[in-house]
Design a protein around this ligand. Sequence first.
Ligand SMILES: Cc1cc2nc3c(=O)[nH]c(=O)nc-3n(C[C@H](O)[C@H](O)[C@H](O)COP(=O)(O)OP(=O)(O)OC[C@H]3O[C@@H](n4cnc5c(N)ncnc54)[C@H](O)[C@@H]3O)c2cc1C
Ligand code: SF4
Ligand code: SF4
Ligand code: SF4
Length: 376
Amino acid sequence: MSQKEFKKNKKITEVFATLYKEIIKKELCCACGACVAYCESQDFNVIKMENNIPQYKSNKTKRNCTLCGVCYSICPQTRKIEIKLDLSLGIEDKIGPISNISIAKTLINSIKKVGQDGGIVTTVLKYLFDKDKIDAAIVSTFKKDLRPIPLIIFNREDLLKSAGTRYSISPQLLPLKNLYKKSKDFQKDNNIQDIDKLRIAFVGTPCQVKAIKKMQYLEKLPTHIIKYIIGLFCFENFHYEKLYKLLEKETNVKLVDIKRTFIDEKFFIKTWDNQKFEVDLKSLDPAVRKHCLFCNDFTSKYSDISVGSTGAPEGYSTILTRNKKGEKLLKNLFLYNYIVHYPISHDEKKKEWKEKKEKILKRIISLKERKKVLDI
Ligand SMILES: Cc1cc2nc3c(=O)[nH]c(=O)nc-3n(C[C@H](O)[C@H](O)[C@H](O)COP(=O)(O)OP(=O)(O)OC[C@H]3O[C@@H](n4cnc5c(N)ncnc54)[C@H](O)[C@@H]3O)c2cc1C
Ligand code: SF4
Ligand code: SF4
Ligand code: SF4
């Protein structure tokens, strides 16, 4: 039976070819890596990620496609199972469920030095490793060129290499693609008895978190081993090459001289010799990835906890707990002195304070939507 006939018989029209036509070709792919991670983890040998673009490995591997349609359904940029997913999780609006909002910072000195804001994400992961709640974490690391590298790490010593933010795409789901192919030596070195029994924490942007949740909703391996989801706030993301070219044009600072970058109304650069430069975000608009113009999830509404700087003073992070798991996790981080609250003044009642923070986040969400309408 030809692929065409097979497709007709099975009535599955939404397969990789459709994903390519509707999403990838139109530059709406956010390069999360979910399609490739799933397909490769099943050993179908059809698609790969090249230059952050999912594509057939070759014309020959095209024929290996089983037309299962999973890549289409789990893609965060398609709507296929979105309503069902939201219903199953009780998600009713763009900000998602929030059981509590905290402003806090890390108490771990080594993390203080490298964390982007309050160093909360790295501290959460350290706590989970320390208390033997996870065996591994999926994070984004980098080398001197600041190009994000998604990586699964199996010990807490590697955590510091991931702290801080790099504002371009890190296809965070890709590390899942080779999990079942890890060599015996690798498994022995990392004390892995059984891949299916691993407990992993995942860090990612809202679109990446959505891909994980879609896979879990459809019970697609290997997301059954993701036990904690830490979502980042995200207003927009940039094309790596375009971003650093524009930054050099605006500041004369070369990529090799940049130590770190951060956004706080403007885009800031800190160089290795401790100089600080600022760039108007508007001038970086040509480097914004097109798919971000169609995204309205700013706060990672599908996570267990979400972390960002919006609404927090310098050196602190805003943390949203989304469910019982997130709440318990955060409570323990305070209890065991991993993190500390930002002191709220006596006259700021807790409830009013929470409402105020929620209002700020909702304002950014509408700003994100408005900006996108103007940009399109
Ligand atoms: C593309 C992008 C845009 C963002 N935009 C906003 C924003 O508009 N407003 C806001 O409040 N916050 C934004 N954030 C989140 C913010 O930059 C911090 O990540 C967050 O406040 C956590 O800080 P921290 O000190 O707790 O994290 P840290 O302890 O420093 O840990 C940072 C974590 O981020 C992960 N990470 C770094 N770069 C990437 C990447 N490119 N993709 C996926 N994961 C990555 C690392 O794996 C690490 O675990 C954005 C993050 C990204 C990646
Ligand atoms: S085999 Fe399934 S997951 Fe892989 S490309 Fe084809 S439709 Fe997508
Ligand atoms: S699943 Fe992710 S990588 Fe694949 S097409 Fe969709 S957005 Fe792109
Ligand atoms: S703005 Fe949306 S689509 Fe773009 S990287 Fe952030 S979460 Fe993904």
